[in-house]
Write a protein that binds this ligand. Structure first.
Ligand SMILES: NC(=O)C1=CN([C@@H]2O[C@H](COP(=O)(O)OP(=O)(O)OC[C@H]3O[C@@H](n4cnc5c(N)ncnc54)[C@H](OP(=O)(O)O)[C@@H]3O)[C@@H](O)[C@H]2O)C=CC1
Ligand SMILES: O=CC(=O)O
Length: 293
């Protein structure tokens, strides 16, 4: 099966490579076209524009940074809308808000195409290993047709009903994840300032009821001040912002998420946006330094 793939960032590249490895024909496009070359070496074809990819492929997946990128690739010149038509499917796996997803869905559907939102949980490594968790919503027929590809990309797929439900669930999950990362950062800081070993804290956490893969994976690197980007901090802050907006809409008070969002914003202001989201630890440390000065 030939699949189009728009967006070859950290996630998109790993996902497209996985599809190639499993025998899919993949036609790729990326805003910075030079990034397509690595995929070409692994057997992919290149489309010069999103419209060219849609024209060639029955199914096209997008994995783009944020709502403005997701909208631009669909609505701008040479975009998806120029070629989407009856019988073609568009699957947006980017993390965006429900409103963005609905706008895209309406436009695609008006042209006779099928739309599925399918954001994912899991980062660079799960993307490389085909271990993502896929949160799909929208056209059920398209979901059923995509299941074999989702089985390559992920370890489990959920079909959540109408468009927006996948986007919302993804934001709830990442709101919790971002808050947990802040709690870990404050804990590491507090341990250190109290004269305790940060590694011992991690060891104790890992043995108890709040052990989790994220603390286990990120904790040791955080102690070393090492933040190679798996999930860029700027994207985690985008997700906190969109989750807080979802909280506004539903009158849900989220003081922990709001405080965590401030820490991610602070980290961005310190120039840490392109590092891994665990670099929020540096912002937490710098805030504690100025508190004690
Ligand atoms: N990294 C992770 O661990 C995870 C990320 N996600 C989500 O997946 C999505 C992609 O993340 P990730 O791969 O890490 O991000 P990256 O920043 O690595 O890649 C972003 C991609 O979006 C493209 N892009 C950005 N702006 C535009 C634009 N205006 N028009 C066209 N293309 C654009 C980039 O193109 P270019 O190369 O030209 O800059 C690049 O291909 C995000 O929504 C993120 O929240 C979800 C789960 C895990
Ligand atoms: O969206 C990020 C993730 O790790 O999931």
């Amino acid at each position: 099966m030939e699949v189009g793939f728009l967006g070859l960032g950290i996630m998109g590249k790993a996902m497209a490579v996985n599809l190639l490895r499993h025998g899919y024909g993949v036609t790729v496009w990326n805003r910075t076209l030079s990034k397509c070359q690595e995929l070409v070496q692994q057997g992919a074809s290149v489309g010069e524009t999103p419209a060219a990819v849609i024209n060639k492929c029955k199914y096209t997946i997008a994995m783009l940074s944020d709502p403005s990128a997701a909208l631009s690739v669909v609505f701008d010149k040479d975009g998806v809308l120029e070629q989407i038509c009856d019988g073609k499917g568009y699957i947006d796996m980017s993390t965006v808000d429900a409103e963005t997803s609905s706008k895209i869905s309406e436009a695609i559907t008006k042209k006779g195409g099928y739309f599925l939102e399918a954001p994912v949980s899991g980062s660079k490594k799960p993307a490389e290993d085909g271990q993502l968790v896929i949160l799909a919503a929208g056209e059920k027929v398209l979901y059923d047709e995509m299941v074999p590809a989702f089985d390559v990309l992920g370890k489990k797929s959920f079909f959540l009903g109408e468009v927006g439900n996948g986007a919302k669930l993804k934001l709830v999950v990442n709101m919790i994840m971002g808050s947990m990362m802040n709690a870990l950062s404050e804990g590491l800081c507090l341990a250190d300032r109290s004269g305790l070993s940060q590694q011992t804290l991690l060891d104790v956490l890992d043995l108890g009821a709040i052990a989790n893969p994220m603390f286990k994976l990120k904790g040791p690197a955080m102690i070393k001040g090492s933040y190679p980007p798996a999930f860029p901090l700027k994207h985690q802050q985008k997700d906190m912002r969109l989750a807080l907006a979802l909280g506004d809409e539903n009158a849900v008070s989220m003081p922990i998420a709001a405080a965590s969002n401030e820490a991610f914003k602070k980290a961005r202001s310190l120039g840490l946006g392109d590092l891994d989201f665990s670099a929020v630890f540096e912002a937490v440390k710098s805030a504690k330094d100025s508190d004690s000065a």
